[in-house]
Design a protein around this ligand. Structure first.
Ligand code: G1P
Length: 271
């Protein structure tokens, strides 16, 4: 069973500057709803019971957003507005599931995940990158049900155009399981077009084993001087850990860039 999820939220959001110099990108509205709530709803619907937010001092607004009880209680007393009551109920539901952990010096996704080491209880957990929205189908839920059958680690996969290969983690496949799933032979963070073994890219949904923390403890800096989760996964695969690549069914939206962010509101408003 997968009961806990980690969401790294300490990233600087440089691709969405200047607004991210003062405001966390994860709270920006996507079709009228903060982006992070789509990710939370995906987790809840996938059966997750506890969510670890990795934030930083610079992103404390996220914590405030979920911990503003006094404000709601006062305004609800005064206004008796049923919309507000429902919004507060929803926020309370989220709040009761979230734990906050700090990564004040953003050194990469691997380093962010390592901060949750002492909180993760079970053998496997879910990790979601909040820039990656997947709509029309719950990718996490599909991965959890695949995990329940196969009992191994799983990562989301999508075919990308060759031109963009150096922006992604890229898989090398070992063997096919079925049309949607394959065993992973290797995974390389942001390779060049020349060295990329395929055009199957890692998308930000991972079911990872608790064992990864011992790899992350020793993980050296990789591409761009960051500690990448991809490099720790690569080391686990080398040790014989089974990883599946899951080609998800929904539509992918990249909310970490301005174009993708604008497009995501348009796409969601059509549903
Ligand atoms: C991260 C991962 C990369 C993955 C991508 C998906 O990169 O390191 O392997 O393909 O997310 O969005 P980032 O977007 O942080 O550069």
């Amino acid at each position: 069973m997968i009961r806990q999820a980690i969401i790294p939220l300490a990233g600087l959001g440089t691709r969405l500057l200047p607004i991210t110099s003062v405001f966390p990108k994860e709270l920006l509205l996507i079709n009228g709803k903060p982006g992070i709530e789509y990710i939370l709803d995906e987790c809840i619907d996938a059966g997750i019971k506890e969510i670890v937010f990795i934030i930083s001092k610079k992103k404390e607004l996220i914590k405030r957003y979920f911990n503003n009880d006094q404000f709601y209680q006062k305004i609800i007393k005064k206004k008796k507005d049923s919309r507000l009551k429902n919004e507060y109920k929803k926020i309370l539901k989220y709040k009761n599931m979230i734990r906050f952990v700090y990564q004040n010096n953003p050194k990469g996704t691997g380093d962010a995940v390592l901060k949750a080491k002492n909180i993760i209880k079970d053998k496997f957990f879910l990790m979601l990158l909040p820039d990656d929205l997947i709509i029309k189908r719950n990718c996490s839920k599909d991965m959890v049900s695949l995990h329940n059958k196969k009992k191994c680690s799983i990562m989301a996969s999508m075919i990308v155009s060759k031109k963009t290969i150096s922006r992604w983690g890229i898989y090398s496949k070992k063997s096919l399981i079925d049309k949607k799933n394959f065993y992973i032979k290797d995974v390389i963070e942001k390779p060049s077009i020349k060295t990329a073994p395929s055009n199957n890219a890692v998308i930000g949904r991972y079911i990872l084993p608790k064992k990864i923390f011992s790899k992350l403890n020793k993980q050296k800096k990789g591409k761009g001087g960051e500690i990448h989760i991809t490099d720790a996964i690569r080391n686990l695969i080398r040790d014989g850990e089974l990883f599946i690549g899951h080609t998800f069914k929904g539509k992918y939206l990249d909310c970490g860039t301005m174009n993708g962010y604008i497009k995501s509101s348009q796409e969601i408003s059509k549903i």
